[in-house]
Design a protein around this ligand. Structure first.
Ligand code: SAM
Ligand code: DTB
Ligand code: SF4
Length: 335
């Protein structure tokens, strides 16, 4: 398979001219393999040109529809193909979702992300309910993000009209490794949904997962694909695999945290204006490793006891760490 970015033909939209989308695999590899002190220095230098170095965005996730997903993503406890300890739950009531978002806003969170275990966003009454959730959360003054699986252009348009700020849809890994992790859809399906999201004027949240047994070259390939998207995804979540019992990846060896540091620093250098999120997997990282990820250019985290179905560090632990580092959550504009 060619290692040239599949997304290179996407349409550019009002983006800063100094941002590049044509990074070659060799260039990305050279950055990724730079000695860590030099790599972190480069990432910091770029970071400071685009972002305040002491600010971190805090985001909260909520699973609005849990489990029973027809896709076979090998990492995912919500796939119906595996027997993970996740209780299935139908679509939540919009009022309940908005009340959870209101509590999150009161704690200073600035972005609320609703996730659903669907292969594709449904049509009809369930989609109407999602639109109601988006309208409700957006009226709280929060950035609203959804991740509902594949989207059609009309659905993306309706979500935009309801006030959706961002749509999360991850490429997860390199095109070459993708088929070893998911067989029920292809890389191009993901790119199509990302294009529909862009066309509707919704910002893109797109990243991947490390620690699934991929090679270093797959991590490099993922980063190259992300940087080839035009414009770059405004938000780039870098997840460390949460190994869940019952999934095919439950017994993967633990990822060396330095791979997270290298991947985050590389993402920061390739996509300087984007928010790079240290996403799933923080519970397995020491405070020192998290600190290194911040130094490497991560400027967003998920807060709250739970991600979608798996545990996340508690708020006390997180706010204590930020305070110790002299870092501050982005200010909330919630009403
Ligand atoms: N079903 C939709 C989809 O796949 O696009 C949305 C929900 S899905 C749970 C959102 C993302 O969560 C996935 O793309 C994957 O990157 C991430 N994810 C799921 N399980 C994970 C795990 N065990 N560890 C790390 N990230 C995970
Ligand atoms: C993303 O990249 N990570 C989040 C969010 N986007 C939707 C999801 C992480 C899920 C971790 C496994 C779980 O809690 O089920
Ligand atoms: Fe379904 Fe999304 Fe989980 Fe894949 S990652 S099994 S699409 S919920």
């Amino acid at each position: 398979m060619s290692t040239e970015p599949l997304a290179a033909q996407a349409v550019a939209e009002g983006e800063s001219p100094e941002l590049r989308h044509d990074w070659t695999r060799a260039e990305v590899e050279a950055i990724y393999r730079t000695p860590v002190p030099e790599l972190v220095f480069r990432a910091q230098t770029v970071h400071r040109q685009f972002h305040a170095p002491d600010r971190v965005q805090t985001c909260q996730l909520l699973s609005i529809k849990t489990g029973g997903c027809p896709e076979d993503c090998a990492y995912c406890p919500q796939s119906a193909h595996y027997d993970a300890p996740v209780d299935r739950q139908g679509l939540l009531d919009p009022e309940h979702v908005v009340s959870v978002a209101r509590d999150a806003a009161a704690r200073g969170v600035t972005r609320f992300c609703m996730g659903a275990a669907w292969r594709q966003a449904p049509e009809g009454r369930e989609f109407e309910k999602v639109l109601e959730m988006v309208r409700g959360v957006s009226s709280l003054g929060l950035e609203v993000c959804c991740t509902l699986g594949m989207l059609k252009e009309e659905q993306a348009q309706q979500l935009k009209e309801a006030g959706l700020s961002a749509y999360n849809h991850n490429l997860d890994t390199s095109p070459e490794f993708y088929g070893s992790i998911i067989t029920t859809r292809v890389y191009e399906d993901r790119l199509k949904t990302l294009a529909a999201v862009r066309k509707a004027g919704i910002t893109v949240c797109c990243g991947g997962i490390l620690g699934m047994g991929e090679r270093e070259t797959d991590r490099i390939g993922l980063l190259q694909q992300l940087a080839a998207l035009r414009p770059h995804p405004e938000s780039v979540p870098i997840n460390m695999l949460v190994r869940v019992e019952g999934t095919p990846l439950a017994n993967m060896p633990a990822l060396d945290p330095m791979e997270m540091v290298r991947a985050i620093a590389t993402a920061r250098i390739l996509m300087p204006a984007s928010r790079v999120r240290l996403a799933a997997g923080r519970k397995q990282l020491s405070p020192e490793a998290v600190t290194l990820c911040f130094l490497a250019g991560a400027n967003s985290i998920f807060v709250g006891e739970k991600l979608l179905t798996t545990p996340n560090p508690g708020p006390d632990e997180d706010y204590q760490l930020l305070e110790k580092l002299g870092m501050q959550p982005l200010e909330s504009h919630a009403v």
